[in-house]
Write a protein that binds this ligand. Sequence first.
Ligand code: IMP
Length: 411
Amino acid sequence: MIVGAQWGDEGKGKIVDVLAQEADYVCRYQGGPNAGHTIIFGGDTYKIRQIPTGILSGKTAILGAGCVVDPEVLVGELDSYGDRGTFWLSGNAHLIMPWHVAIDQASERRLGKLQIGTTRRGIGPAYADKASRLGIRVQDLLDPKILRQKIEIALAEKNLWLERVYEAETFELEDVAERYESYARRLRPYVSDTSLLVDEALRAGKSVLFEGAQATLLDLDHGTYPFVTSSNPIASGAATGIGIGPNRLDEIIGVAKAYVTRVGEGPFPSEIPSPLQERLRELGGEFGTVTGRQRRCGWLDLVALRYAVRLNGFTSLALTKLDVLSTFAEIPVCVRYVLPDGTETPHFPAHQSDFHHCRPVFETLEGWEQPLDDELPEAARAYVEFVEQELDVPVRLVGTGAERERVLARS
Ligand code: IMP
């Protein structure tokens, strides 16, 4: 299984794509179209948000029960890529409805300076309805009468909220019902018991890859709340989100960038000051796949990565975009935090205020100042080994460029 070890955008898509070549099934277990994977191969760039990227390589792609699904996005992706592989969708996954997107947008607007910086795709409101047991699920698409009834019940309340609380546009029952019925006709053949499918695949000795969306520090329970997403990207979320036992996950690969980026608001101890930050952003092309937003950039934060190792139980790491650091003469790495009371710690602060006010302690490593090839230069090797020693986890893959081939395997 593959999990983002930082705040997202670690290049998981590419690692999933590389490992998917040897897998039979590729599954997503949480999140929705807030994720955006960019895959480059054969000279083409693919941006995919909802379906697991394995579909591009002809694999069986699965969206599990823990996902939220925007049917408009999904239908668009099925139109573009559906015939490249096989696709199944859990009937227990929840649907993102148009009011979820409207509420996400209106709520962020209303929060003003206190906003979370969401992707505004309706993720939080869809998961909130799921937790409130008011959600509409994929299986509701199977029966037009039930679907219409559920939309009607939901709209009676959502329209009041939109109008009275958010002073936003309301929705017409007929419009929504018609739109969703047309998605339903398209999606019905793909609805399946995906927990059973995955269990049977595992029992038959097939290779199943679980693809985390978002990342560890965006985890609803263990991330940097409230600047998190509304699901559980961490490894254990795969068992819940697919519907298999946690003992079925035998290999857990954390994907970390050789530096750190973050989209949206929230504290970021190793954030690089201007203008160096802009230089790294340009070198790394750090602009959002889904939103096009600039990503904030920082030096590698081993305190946060140590926490990710604890939360996920990584058996190995993939360190991506090492090539982006190739022009720097010196590369600082954050090894500890200084807390507001002056104490130094290698551990991620449990209390939000400590995290908001901590300062990074850097160790400066030597840069390699040359492009990366199949053989890593001495200083680049030392950088990777430093990460392994600090975290006590082997780095098995190193990303040295955007294309699929530019991944080095280390034993
Ligand atoms: P939401 O998932 O749209 O509710 O956004 C919540 C937080 O997660 C915001 O800080 C987003 O920027 C962040 N986020 C959500 N999806 C991604 C992703 O795929 N990459 C990076 N950050 C993400």
